[in-house]
Design a binder for this molecule. Sequence first.
Ligand SMILES: Nc1ncnc2c1ncn2[C@@H]1O[C@H](COP(=O)(O)OP(=O)(O)O)[C@@H](O)[C@H]1O
Ligand SMILES: [Mg+2]
Length: 231
Amino acid sequence: MIRFDHVSKTYVTEADTVHALRDVTLEIAGGEFVAIMGQSGSGKSTMMNIIGCLDRPTSGSYSLEGHDVGRLPDAVRAKLRGRAFGFIFQSYNLLPRLSAIEQVELPLIYQRVPNRRALAAEALARVGLADRAHHGPTQLSGGQQQRVAIARSLVVNPRVILADEPTGALDTKTGGEVMTLLSKLVDEQGITVVVVTHEQSVADYTRRALRMRDGTIIEDTGRPALRTVNR
Ligand SMILES: Nc1ncnc2c1ncn2[C@@H]1O[C@H](COP(=O)(O)OP(=O)(O)O)[C@@H](O)[C@H]1O
Ligand SMILES: [Mg+2]
């Protein structure tokens, strides 16, 4: 599903040149639940940005479902990004004035999908928030806000969810609930989920952990025998 062949990413600024990823070769199959761990600056977000088509490799190739994505024109990549990926962030990234259901409808508006209200309601129900549809962010707890963000990512039926520190702002119990919800999406819907985290207790919910240092993967505790392939 996701395949990196000798991917490097170099940022050149006036001050210096940063090798954010160095010659990374990696494969993630459909339906995998993967954690990316490593210290700040090790290249985790760069890896997520390339996977999610927000950024391109400097060298090497990235292919998604067999298509060499790094070489697609920007407009095609943008469309692919909106259809194939859901993004979840530490800070939820909700808009302050919109109700939960309006937040979830947003990606559908961008994609001009009809029947938006019903689809958004269904996505909210999938994260257990049917009864909070008309609450705004300030009326929701942190865990509920993150579930709204998950519903917003789910509503386009993504094949991959990319979550950068999704539990970073939550207490352990609430963070566990978010991870349990993500596990369910993997198990019941075959969505591929990649989670960046600093915490081993969060990574323990996943089935494979990549550890990064200085732009390379120094450890991959994937257990191929347990992986569900080709879902
Ligand atoms: N847009 C950018 N311009 C210049 N350097 C960057 C940029 N984005 C990331 N970097 C650098 O690349 C390295 C990896 O960053 P990042 O992928 O964000 O690491 P992590 O998410 O593991 O903290 C860091 O040294 C960071 O400063
Ligand atoms: Mg980061």
